[in-house]
Design a protein around this ligand. Structure first.
Ligand SMILES: Nc1nc2c(ncn2[C@@H]2O[C@H](COP(=O)(O)OP(=O)(O)OP(=O)(O)O)[C@@H](O)[C@H]2O)c(=O)[nH]1
Ligand SMILES: [Mg+2]
Length: 314
C-alpha cells in the first residue's frame, strides 16, 4: 500500500503560498539531506517555477557526506538553483545564507525595498530551526514531529530581508512508493499514516544492500541475514523484543530500528542516490503510462457497450 498524508492544513498552506507568490524574491527550499529527492515536493517545484531558489540540504549531520555532495552537484544543474549543505542546529552558516540571498536578488540589495525569502519544505525538515538559527533567537516554534508550524510567520532581519516561515507541506499523491517509505522512515509523515513494521522492513532491505557494515557493527551481528524480515527478527532477538512463546515482537523491534536510524545511532546514512532516483522515476513514468492505457481501454469499452445498447434498443 502506498503511503500518503495530505491533511487539510497542508492544502490551506499551499494556497496561502500561492497567494503571496508575487511578493516572493527567493525560495529557500529546505530538504532532508538523507532523502534529498523524496523530500522535494513537486507541488513546490510547480509553484516556484523559475524563481531564484536556494535548496538547503539540511540535517547533513545525519547524512552520508559523499551522497550529500552528489546531490548538490545534481541540483546545481537545475535552472536558477543554488545549494547549501547545512546543519540547522549549528549556527555557523548564517552569513553564507544571507550573502546567497543577496546575490540572488541584487536589484534590491542597495534599495529601500525588503527582500522576501520564503522558507518552504516538507514537514519536520528543519525550517523553523533554520529560521531560529539565522535570527539567533528562538522565534519560530520547533519540534521533533511533523506539522509543528501551523501558520505563516514573518521575521524581519536587520539586513533588509524578511524571512517567511511556512507549515510543512506534502502533496496529494506520492506517486513513487519508495519516496513514501523514505519520508515515513525519516519522520516527515505522521505515524498514523503507515505501519511501523512496513517501513522498518523497507529500511532493512535498503540497509542490507547499502550499509551492511554499519548494521553488523550496531547490532553485533557476525553474519547478516539475507532478508529484511530475518534481519528484523535477528535484531529483535538481540534486543530481547520477544512475545510470550518466543516470537519476535515486530512492532517493538521496528520502533527500535526507526528511532535508532532517526537518532543517528546507526551512523550517517542517506536513503537515496541520484542513480537510484533515475531508475525509480523511469518506473513511475511506466506506471503512469500503464494507468493511462488502462483508463483509455476502459473508456473505449464503455463507448462500445453504449453503442451496443443503442443498437439493441432499435
Ligand atoms: N540532527 C538534526 N536535527 C535537526 C536539524 N534541523 C532541525 N532538526 C530537528 O528536526 C526537528 C524538526 O525541526 P523543525 O524546525 O520544527 O522542523 P519544521 O520543518 O519547521 O517542521 P514543521 O513546522 O512541522 O513543518 C526538530 O527536532 C529539530 O531539532 C539538523 O540540521 N540536524
Ligand atoms: Mg516549522
Amino acid at each position: 500500500m502506498a503511503i500518503q498524508w495530505y491533511p487539510g492544513h497542508m492544502h490551506k498552506a499551499q494556497k496561502e503560498v500561492r497567494e503571496i507568490f508575487s511578493q516572493i524574491d527567493v525560495f529557500i527550499e529546505v530538504l532532508d539531506a538523507r532523502i534529498p529527492f523524496s523530500s522535494q515536493n513537486p507541488m513546490i517545484e510547480e509553484i516556484r517555477g523559475d524563481k531564484p531558489t536556494i535548496k538547503i540540504l539540511n540535517k547533513t549531520d545525519l547524512a552520508d557526506p559523499e551522497n550529500t555532495q552528489a546531490w548538490q552537484d545534481y541540483f546545481e544543474q537545475q535552472k536558477s538553483v543554488k545549494t547549501l549543505a547545512f546543519n540547522s542546529q549549528i549556527g555557523d552558516k548564517r552569513e553564507q545564507i544571507i550573502s546567497m540571498i543577496k546575490k540572488l536578488v541584487p536589484e534590491k540589495v542597495n534599495s529601500v525595498k525588503t527582500i522576501h525569502a520564503l522558507i518552504i519544505g516538507i514537514p519536520n525538515v528543519g525550517k523553523s530551526t533554520l529560521i531560529n538559527n539565522i535570527t539567533g533567537r528562538t522565534i519560530a516554534k520547533t519540534g521533533n514531529e511533523p506539522a509543528v508550524t501551523k501558520n505563516q510567520q514573518r521575521i524581519k532581519l536587520e539586513e533588509g530581508i524578511t524571512l517567511i516561515d511556512t507549515p510543512g507541506m506534502l502533496w496529494p499523491n506520492i506517486e513513487n512508493e519508495n519516496s513514501g517509505y523514505r519520508l515515513a522512515i525519516t519522520g516527515g509523515i505522521k505515524e498514523t499514516a503507515f505501519e511501523l513494521p512496513d517501513i522498518a522492513s523497507y529500511a532493512c532491505e535498503y540497509l542490507l544492500s547499502a550499509y551492511p557494515e554499519l548494521l553488523k557493527e550496531r547490532f553485533n551481528l557476525k553474519e547478516l541475514p539475507l532478508t529484511d524480515i530475518e534481519l528484523l527478527e535477528a535484531i529483535g532477538r538481540q534486543r530481547g523484543c520477544l512475545r510470550s512463546g518466543g516470537m519476535v515482537d515486530l512492532d517493538k523491534v521496528s520502533r527500535i530500528l526507526i528511532v535508532e536510524y532517526r537518532d543517528n545511532v546507526l551512523g550517517n546514512i542517506t536513503l537515496e542516490t541520484p542513480k537510484m532516483m533515475e531508475t525509480e522515476l523511469e518506473q513511475v513514468d511506466l506506471q503512469r503510462l500503464k494507468k493511462a492505457e488502462k483508463l483509455k481501454a476502459k473508456e473505449e469499452d464503455k463507448k462500445l457497450r453504449r453503442a451496443r445498447h443503442k443498437r439493441n434498443k432499435k
